[in-house]
Write a protein that binds this ligand. Structure first.
Ligand code: NIG
Ligand code: FE
Length: 418
């Protein structure tokens, strides 16, 4: 195409990608396209073609005139990773809680004692917009270097108008400054703020009559999420919040069955949520809810690792035809890591997912969980050129090696970052 920069990646040892523009479930989750000795062409910001090399290398018909040629040196190439669940914007960290945890305090004990989410709420209220944005950009740079090219980001550490809007503004500013594309989610229902302790209905009214209509009207978020959990928000409260969000034109997501199973999956199915997240305690009935509602199960294995909790029943979900996405849950309490390569390892080791299923989970299904499966999440021609070249010969290698950054080159919207 005239005027557009062309990039050709040649000598790809293995090109591995799911295909299509919707989430993949059941057997299809593990069916990906694998090409050996492959090439891939990018024109401008889009992928335009890929294929297998001939004996002499690139097929002669590929127009290399003026193209930038990258020699992948027989390495693995995949789509960029999509992190469909993060709490990216927050003040401070909570390293002091590690000691409490080691002495036996549970996640909900710490929250009930005014720590946990509520202590991050205090720190986030104190931080200004510039600080929150810089902190997010610092983490995004590391995430990008580890292969994350799109990332969902939730508010929910403000729990008041000013701070929730400040968090959403920080997401917007970080999105503009970082190569990582951000998808904003409003999560004012992350916890009951201390000042509403005795008047929970008033907080729900505030969210439903003021915040959700305002956030939706100003297009500050694409999704609304709620922490449906024992001693946080009940299933009926969650339903009210998500129904209001839907009526106001927002997509919906739900933190369900993280610590206790209290009916969040049924709410997800009823309100047409794009995804239910965590699902550590998801029951057989809960899995049926997800299947009935066409809800993506967004699983967060690094949180199970960090909390010392069980792992969500990923295999049962796949057997039931529920599409599984894997994400980081990056946050200062239950998962202080945004490394999707660790999530890839845990997907295989703890969920017993195959490397192929895991790849779909961190690319196409993650993209579907943020409503972008038509644009990203695979290497299909026409999609945005978000591409990774790994320091790895094949897909098994990145699932098997641990603790070392294996991403060598990130290409984001057709721009190369070595
Ligand atoms: O997804 N579950 C709720 N929210 C986060 C934890 C937030 C925090 O502890 O600060 C999570 O695990
Ligand atoms: Fe979360």
């Amino acid at each position: 195409m005239v005027g557009e920069k062309r990039i050709i990646i040649k000598n790809i040892g293995m090109l591995a990608t799911p295909e299509g523009g919707t989430a993949h479930a059941g057997d299809a989750q593990g069916k990906i396209r694998i090409l050996k000795d492959a090439w891939l062409v990018i024109d401008g910001e889009r992928i335009t073609a890929f294929g297998e090399q001939e004996k002499e290398g690139l097929p002669a018909w590929i127009d290399c005139f003026d193209a930038e040629i990258i020699d992948a040196g027989n390495r693995l190439v995949t789509p960029g990773l999509v992190d469909a669940h993060t709490h990216l914007i927050f003040g401070g960290f909570r390293q002091h809680e590690l000691e409490l945890k080691l002495k036996g305090a549970s996640y909900l004990d710490i929250l009930a004692a005014g720590g946990g989410i509520l202590s991050t709420v205090r720190a986030t209220r104190q931080a200004d917009l510039g600080e929150l944005t810089e902190k997010a950009l610092d983490e995004l740079a590391v995430m990008f270097a580890h292969g994350t090219t799109t990332c969902e980001a939730k508010s929910g550490y403000g729990l008041d108008r000013t701070t929730e809007l400040k968090q959403l503004a920080a997401i917007q500013q970080a999105d503009a400054k970082s190569p990582v594309d951000l998808v904003p989610t409003f999560m004012g229902a992350h916890a009951l703020p201390e000042e509403y302790k005795e008047k929970r209905d008033a907080y729900l009214d505030f969210l439903c009559t003021e915040m959700i209509p305002y956030v939706a009207g100003k297009k500050l978020a694409k999704y609304c999420d709620v922490f449906c959990e024992d001693s946080v928000f009940t299933a009926e409260e969650s339903r009210r919040i998500l129904q209001t969000a839907r009526e106001n034109g927002l997509g919906t997501k739900i933190h369900a069955d993280e610590i206790c199973s209290i009916g969040g999956t049924g709410v997800a199915a009823d309100v047409g949520a794009v995804s239910a997240e965590h699902l550590i305690r998801c029951t057989e009935e809960g899995i049926q809810d997800l299947a009935r509602g066409g809800v993506i199960a967004c699983l967060l294995p690094a949180t199970s690792l960090y909390l010392g909790a069980d792992y969500a029943p990923a295999r049962d979900m796949i057997s039931a035809g529920v599409p599984v996405a894997l994400a980081s849950d990056y946050n200062p309490g239950s998962c202080p890591s945004a490394n999707l390569q660790l999530v890839i390892n845990l997907g295989c080791l703890k969920y017993r997912m195959t490397p192929e299923e895991v790849l779909t989970a961190v690319t196409l299904n993650g993209a579907a969980a943020v409503g972008k499966a038509q644009e990203i999440g695979s290497l299909d021609p026409g999609k945005q050129a978000d591409v990774l070249i790994w320091d790895a010969p094949d897909l098994n290698y990145i699932c098997y090696r641990m603790g070392r950054n294996l991403v060598r080159t990130v290409i984001k919207k057709g721009k190369i970052y070595d």
